[in-house]
Write a protein that binds this ligand. Structure first.
Ligand SMILES: C[S@@+](CC[C@H](N)C(=O)[O-])C[C@H]1O[C@@H](n2cnc3c(N)ncnc32)[C@H](O)[C@@H]1O
Length: 343
């Protein structure tokens, strides 16, 4: 049992070398089981995790989507920036062990682990896509770092309710993981009846690369962005290329002391918006705010810095230092280090 924890922890049980099962019937809100080392178990036992499933009626329900299986659909209007849910993991497994253990040893350990979860938690875990516990972990879990950058740090965390969210190359929901808490945030206003989607991959890569990465996940993406007409798909790829070109050009000119048109910052933001890359706006707005400030455009610096601060909070949370810096720029551009430095 993790030494500095409360009595409710059970384990170490069923150890394979130094990886053992540890379980807790109420951790998070519905219980947690982990297969890890005693050191990581202690870290987890002492960690703060948030799960709002018991305290807040979710603004979504499950629904069936042809060609995609189960997904989540909004049951009421969700405002941009609203936290949709915060969830604690049901199961944690050490990443190296997940890939390296002999399949029969691993499968036995996974079965024993899942059996230790409270019945309700077991049921939601088993509802995830995949024909075995191993596949359910492999296909649905998120990577978590529980012990800094130590070798045993990477773990896979299963969040069964989050696993119901389907992929979209231009999603309406952004997620981040703080410590062990999975947090989903709306990146634009969402209407009742709309499907909630996240991106399983980085969104700023062209269609053929997205397609390749998603086939590694074992499916062909049928999101609205991927099923656009060939002409619209080509226009989307062209916008991504143009974003890269303008960003590189601005970077090169600014660092080389060359003159730039400050409007380039605003043009890049517009391309992100046209491309519906709402989960990546934080840095685009930041760049625009700084460029406008450097060239002494007070109004635009304020507007873009305020947008940057909001976007950075959506993407990185309320404690984002970058968001705080942008808030300061928005409040008082003329006192900011960037003010008129390029004039
Ligand atoms: C994490 S699960 C999402 C929930 C899943 N739909 C279910 O029924 O449990 C990922 C799987 O959902 C399906 N899926 C998710 N997004 C999709 C998309 N954009 N296009 C096609 N299938 C998708 C694929 O089968 C994928 O392997």
């Amino acid at each position: 049992m993790p030494r500095n924890s409360q009595e409710e922890w059970e384990g170490p049980d069923d150890c394979v070398e130094d990886h053992c099962i540890f379980s807790h019937q109420t951790f998070g809100s519905g219980g947690l089981v982990m297969i890890t080392t005693e050191r990581v178990a202690e870290i987890v036992a002492a960690s703060h995790v948030v799960d709002d499933s018991g305290s807040k009626a979710p603004p979504f329900r499950t629904a069936q989507f042809p060609g995609k299986g189960t997904g989540l659909v909004a049951t009421k209007a969700i405002r941009k920036g609203e936290i949709i849910m915060q969830r604690a993991p049901s199961l944690l497994v050490q990443l190296g062990m997940h890939f390296e253990l002999a399949p029969e040893v691993r499968d036995r350990l996974y079965t024993l682990a899942v059996e230790r979860l409270p019945v309700l938690r077991q049921q939601t875990f088993m509802c995830q896509m995949g024909d075995s516990i191993y596949t359910k972990v492999d296909r649905n879990a998120f990577r978590l770092f529980l012990d800094g950058d130590r070798e045993q740090s990477p773990h896979l965390g299963s969040f069964p309710e989050i696993s119901m969210i389907n992929h979209d190359c231009r999603p309406n929901v952004h997620y981040r993981i703080e410590n062990m808490t999975h947090i989903t945030v709306a990146v634009r206003d969402i209407l009742p009846g709309e499907e909630l989607t996240i991106s399983y991959i980085h969104g700023m890569i062209p269609r053929h690369e997205r397609h390749e990465r998603l086939s590694d996940w074992g499916f062909t993406c049928t999101c609205p962005h991927c099923t656009m007409s060939p002409a619209d798909l080509a226009a989307s790829d062209a916008r991504l290329q143009e974003i890269k070109r303008l960003e590189d050009d601005l970077e090169k000119k600014l660092s080389g002391g060359e003159t730039v048109a400050p409007e380039a910052g605003g043009d890049i933001v517009k391309l992100y918006q046209d491309e519906k890359l709402y989960g990546y706006l934080g840095h685009a707005y930041t760049r625009a705010a700084l460029v406008y400030s450097m060239f002494g455009n007070l109004e635009k610096a304020k507007v873009y810095a305020a947008e940057a601060a909001d976007a950075l909070v959506r993407e990185f949370g309320a404690h984002s230092k970058d968001a705080e810096a942008m808030r300061k720029l928005a409040d008082n551009p003329t006192e900011h280090w960037s003010w008129e430095v390029k004039l």
